[in-house]
Design a protein around this ligand. Structure first.
Ligand code: FAD
Length: 330
């Protein structure tokens, strides 16, 4: 089919346009990779999302980049609050992504107009479009799906409430995911991690997944630092050295009693890009955490999320290149 040539001259700033309709390569790839019945449902969704990202989300992203998130570790009384203050437009981008377009919902629950959830190809394609405007925001969006994948696969139901919140389409109850792996001495070599997880009671000591643990240690590179659904690796007392001794825990900014968790958000990293996502350092001082899946199987479980984040990074790069190409074609 011959299509009308596009006059790129009108898109000098790569804005005020529809990223989906302008990217014919992305359209061809999507048509080839989605299962046919899913693409029929997804095509109008991708077109609507390309439009809103090219206008509202892109405008918001510019403002957010000029007023990046600020960390308030203490309140005026000197009490630890670990609060991140966001530009108000961040809330609008979250509503568009999670509520209007179901970015962490639709891969786990049937979206409007379907009886089944849609595959992760759709999630990744939507993240590519989002990345045309805000690759920083793609980070928490994709980690929310990544954390949900892990709970979906390994949780025995004791973290059902957190899974429901990670995959909710209602922003008032929705929470975001994160992954706290890296420590100063344990970046590439995660097996060098030193954070410890001590059982809060006897039930937990026997490895009961419903048990509560207390994390103590330092995490050095935590993107989406204030997430309520973060997954963290830590070692139980007596566990083997290296990755084989790591267990996986869900740890939130707030404890189950609603108080701020026993942690200090030390500082945010001074980054050159992805400014809309706050990346920082955390000291855990006995923070409440919940064991995910089997003890001492944490690294293997975590790789499910890591593999999804790798794919997310690749597809987000497609969005960044698409935007650069669009701007260079004028
Ligand atoms: C913007 C940003 C966001 C991040 N967000 C998160 C996050 O949300 N959660 C999280 O857990 N981490 C996060 N990280 C941390 C990131 O995952 C680590 O930086 C990464 O794992 C590398 O670890 P490192 O920085 O300690 O480098 P090192 O492990 O010290 O590596 C330094 C250099 O040595 C090389 N090297 C290391 N080991 C070997 C080896 N055995 N053989 C040969 N060469 C080697 C590496 O390739 C690299 O070039 C983030 C990092 C950045 C920059």
């Amino acid at each position: 089919m011959t299509r009308e040539p596009i006059d790129y001259g009108q898109f000098e700033a790569g804005r005020d346009c529809n990223y989906w309709t302008l990217d014919r390569t992305l359209q061809r790839v999507a048509a080839r990779t989605y299962p046919a019945d899913e693409f029929e449902w997804a095509e109008p969704v991708l077109e609507d999302f390309g439009e809103v990202v090219g206008h509202t989300v892109a405008d918001n992203a510019d403002r957010i980049d000029r007023h990046e998130p600020e960390l308030h570790t203490y309140d005026k009384h000197g009490d630890v609050v670990n609060e991140v203050e966001y530009h108000p437009k961040q809330a609008e981008n979250e509503r568009i992504a999670y509520e209007e377009f179901g970015l962490s919902h639709d891969a786990f629950h049937a979206p409007p107009g379907r009886e089944e959830p849609v595959g992760l190809t759709h999630t990744l394609m939507m993240q590519s479009l989002l990345s045309f405007a805000d690759p920083g925001f793609v980070c928490p969006v994709s980690m929310t799906t990544g954390a949900a994948i892990v709970l979906d696969e390994f949780d025995d139901g004791s973290l059902a409430e957190q899974f429901r919140a990670l995959t909710s389409r209602d922003v008032d109850e929705h929470i975001e995911g994160a992954m706290f792996l890296t420590e100063k001495q344990g970046g590439s070599d995660v097996g060098a991690n030193e954070t410890i997880a001590e059982a809060a009671d006897d039930t937990a000591l026997e490895g009961d997944p419903e048990g509560v643990y207390h994390l103590t240690g330092e995490k050095w590179f935590c993107s989406n630092i204030d997430a309520e659904g973060a997954l963290a690796l830590a070692r139980r007392p007596g566990a083997p050295e290296g990755t084989a001794g790591l267990s996986l825990f869900l740890v939130s900014r707030t404890r189950s009693d609603g108080e701020v968790n026993d942690a200090t958000f030390r500082r945010l990293k001074d980054k050159l890009g992805t400014l809309s996502v706050p990346t920082g350092e955390i000291e855990f001082h006995g923070a409440e955490a919940h064991l995910v899946g089997e003890p001492e199987n944490g690294f293997r479980q975590m790789t499910e999320m890591l593999n999804f984040e790798r794919l997310s990074n690749a597809t987000a790069a497609v969005g960044i290149m698409g935007r650069a190409l669009l701007e260079s074609k004028v």
